[in-house]
Design a protein around this ligand. Structure first.
Ligand code: NAD
Length: 312
């Protein structure tokens, strides 16, 4: 089975290690912070147990045994098919890490970044091995939410993209392809528009943040867990997508055209949200809520795995 290197063992790195190890890959885990990769491995053990509890991993002990903590970056990259980079979200960190990874990784290894917003051409342009670099952006927590956005630079070899897609599919993820580079890719751009409107609605005193959350949780989000926006609107008008746009397009256009230009995430709207929210959560409360979310997501993932396929 192929070997994978995980560089950076924080929130996202350890989830990637969980994914690859539980689907049979051997994983080398590296982090620049002393002791971080070892601590991450313990955390991964918990992730694997939880997945096993939902029937999503067969043998959590064997999966954990496939993960080793590397001594340094060179040790992590030895003999790997793919490197998944999960360092800090700054352009300087990505440029430095990709330069090192390109110098040390075997020539055939794919170099993929988990970056949330930075396009691959910004950190790979001057590298001798730039044809093997791309973005593979996951969503938190990646071991429970399978989407991976593959976003190659203009010079990324299409064969590299194809090989990367196969590896992520083998690991149980759901890759999508960006045909052009776009900062923020698809998911975060969709999320940005939704969040901007949510902040504007609360900031303008139209609805409480709790009611906005209910609108997604008990409204739009129910369909979105198994169908996308295009699949959704196709069923909302007898003539499908063109009919939907003919009926509702003018009203939708009116709303998006009217969107104010100010920063929806500025201090005033944040204050309006927090006035209703009831204060910031403590670290313990955040941890408890994250555990609850992960358990719900694992149950949903198991349900989706067992669910009947969509008719054609
Ligand atoms: N947190 C999210 O929701 C999320 C979702 C998708 C993608 N991402 C992206 O994933 C990446 C990692 O995010 P995170 O949330 O895991 O951050 P994090 O802060 O939890 O982890 C970053 C880790 O990288 C390590 N690190 C720093 N410099 C390093 C180096 N030179 N070599 C090796 N390790 C190094 C740090 O010690 C730390 O453990 C970012 O690019 C982020 O944008 C994050």
């Amino acid at each position: 089975m192929k070997k994978i290197a995980i560089v950076g063992s924080g929130l996202i790195g350890r989830a990637w290690a969980t994914i690859f190890a539980s689907s049979g890959f051997k994983v080398a885990l590296y982090d620049v912070a002393p002791g971080a990769a070892k601590a991450a491995r313990a955390h991964i053990g918990k992730n694997l147990k939880e997945l096993a509890g939902h029937g999503l991993v067969k043998n959590p002990k064997a999966a954990l045994a496939r993960i080793r903590v590397a001594d340094d970056l060179a040790d992590a990259l030895g003999d790997v098919a793919l490197v998944q980079e999960n360092g800090p979200e700054t352009i300087t960190a990505k440029i430095a890490l990709f330069a090192e990874m390109d110098r040390l990784a075997p020539k055939k290894a794919i170099l993929a970044s988990s970056t949330s917003f930075i396009i691959a051409s910004r950190f790979s342009e001057n590298l001798p091995g730039r044809a093997r670099c791309l973005v593979a952006h996951p969503v938190n927590p990646p071991h429970l939410v399978p989407i991976v956005e593959l976003a190659p630079a203009p010079w990324t070899d299409p064969k590299v993209v194809k090989r990367a897609r196969k590896i992520y599919e083998k690991a149980g993820q759901v890759p999508i392809l960006l045909r052009k580079e776009l900062p923020g890719f698809v998911l975060n751009r969709l999320q940005a528009v939704l969040l901007a409107e949510a902040f504007r609605i609360v900031g303008a005193g139209v609805a409480s943040p709790q009611d906005v959350d209910k609108t997604i949780r008990d409204g739009l989000g129910l369909r979105w867990s198994f169908m996308g926006p295009f699949e959704t609107i196709e069923l909302n008008a007898p003539g499908g997508i063109p009919d939907y746009c003919a009926r509702y397009g003018p009203s939708l256009h009116e709303m998006v055209r009217e969107a104010p230009s100010g920063n929806p995430f500025g201090p005033e709207t944040v204050e309006a949200v927090m006035a209703d929210w009831g204060g910031a959560k403590s670290a313990e409360e955040v941890a408890a809520l994250s555990n609850w979310r992960d358990a719900r997501l694992a149950a949903l993932k198991a349900h989706k795995r067992a669910a009947k396929k969509k008719p054609r």
